[in-house]
Write a protein that binds this ligand. Structure first.
Ligand code: AMP
Length: 409
């Protein structure tokens, strides 16, 4: 992944992504993107369940079952795995620990070195991401206890989108209520969008400051970002990740009055509606699976529900291309990334169908022969708008951000 030429000094960062019942980690060279080792602790803090740790070094995979009552225990198990199976953390010469933090709220427009004030600020915006920020903080606290001598850096999923102009970030909601409760559009997946936008600009031979892009991060969660001159000027996720594109289990854009309707006519509670819209809708709700592979397969075998799910999914993508073309004025490239974006030729084709008038001309053969893990151009040579597939690498972006913050201090 490093660029050819003179050798660079390794700048190793321990990247931590702490979820509600998991802890993902990777030691990454911020300069080259090379991962020395990675791992995943699962079933963390789940009463009655035995924890599981998977530690990978190159081709070697080591797995263990052990009690993981909390994130501190998971961090200790990770450290033991490094001691038992390598690489030795002492000789990796770690320069920082980089933490993924989902919600930075209005305050954070860039990655920051973590101190008591930063922890308090992350806590303060936890009401905006109640499922994510508390476990992110548990990961930070566990890392502070285990690696107290290393600088800790918070890298926010929302920070890239703080450049959105007010007209894109503001809901037309009663102003006082919105201000009192910090209701505005924050977006998500910012680390991925930032990495992919920079990589795409380089692929186009453009400086990041001059590239206008529409980036689709299509994973189980999915979002689109309009990038003007390297900065996010609009994104499809809003106050929460529910807004925007159709996702594995989320509705994406929907009339908010559906909530009132279900509460009044179906007698559903707010929590029940939350569960339906976030966990039982999207591809799963329409076609019975949240995995795009299953949906495409079923659609190709004549399943009408799967066909409709795919049509709804792709139509939403096309609508966002139209909207973001209007927002940007000039589009250099449409870029696909993440599980679905990198791997599903039918989704990419469906998203771009009929957009020749916008200057988007897909090369059908190139679209079908994208190599996994490689940056690929899938538009015809004289397409006014280039179409790219760019594999995302959020861990590398977090490592780069952590290294940048530490070196600037
Ligand atoms: P991510 O959240 O980026 O890990 O993406 C996960 C999603 O990618 C899965 O739920 C699948 O729907 C999708 N995915 C992975 N591989 C493929 C594939 N070969 N074709 C279509 N979708 C895929």
């Amino acid at each position: 992944m490093g660029t050819a030429g003179e050798p660079r000094t390794a700048q190793h960062v321990l990247v931590i992504n702490a979820g509600s019942s998991s802890l993902k980690y990777q030691v990454v060279d911020a300069a080259s993107g090379t991962a020395l080792a990675s791992g995943l602790a699962e079933r963390v803090g789940q009463t009655g369940a035995v924890g599981h740790l998977r530690h990978e070094v190159g081709e070697d995979v080591h797995e263990r079952e052990l009690p993981l009552p909390d994130h501190g225990a998971a961090m200790a198990a990770m450290r033991e795995a490094f001691e038992a199976f390598g690489p030795e953390l002492a000789s990796a010469n770690l320069m920082a620990v980089g933490h993924r933090v989902v919600q930075g709220g209005p305050e954070f427009s860039a990655s920051v070195r973590i101190d008591a004030e930063v922890v308090a600020a992350i806590e303060d915006v936890s009401d905006l991401a109640p499922l994510h920020n508390p476990p992110n903080l548990a990961g930070i606290r566990a890392a502070q206890a285990t690696f107290g001598d290393l600088p800790q850096v918070a890298v926010f999923d929302t920070a890239f989108h703080r450049s959105m102009p007010a007209h894109a970030a503001t809901y037309a909601l009663d102003r006082e209520i919105a201000q009192a409760h910090r209701v505005r559009r924050y977006g998500a997946h910012g680390t991925s969008h930032q990495y992919v936008a920079r990589t795409a600009a380089r692929e186009l031979g453009l400086a990041p400051e001059s590239a206008n892009l529409i980036v689709f991060h299509l994973g189980n969660g999915a979002s689109a970002t309009a990038v003007a001159g390297g900065r996010s000027v609009d994104t499809s996720m809003g106050l929460t990740p529910l807004e925007g594109l159709v996702m594995g289990t989320r509705t994406g854009d929907i009339d908010p009055a559906v909530v009132f309707h279900l509460a009044r006519t179906a007698g559903m509670s707010i929590d029940e509606i939350d569960t339906v819209m976030n966990r039982r809708s999207g591809l799963l709700g329409l076609a019975g699976s949240n995995d795009m592979r299953d949906v495409v397969d079923a659609a190709e075998h004549g399943d009408d529900d799967a066909r409709l799910a795919l049509d709804v999914y792709c139509y939403r993508l096309r609508k966002y291309i139209g909207a973001y073309t209007a927002a940007l004025g000039r589009v250099d490239a449409v870029v696909f990334t993440a599980g679905v974006g990198e791997n599903s030729a039918p989704v990419r084709a469906g998203a771009l169908r009929g957009l020749e008038n916008l200057g988007i001309m897909l090369d059908e053969a190139a679209n079908k022969s994208v190599r996994p893990g490689a940056v690929s151009c899938i538009s015809v040579q004289d397409s006014p708008v280039t179409v790219l597939v760019v594999p995302t690498n959020e861990e590398w972006e977090i490592a780069r951000e952590a290294a940048r913050v530490v070196q600037a201090i």
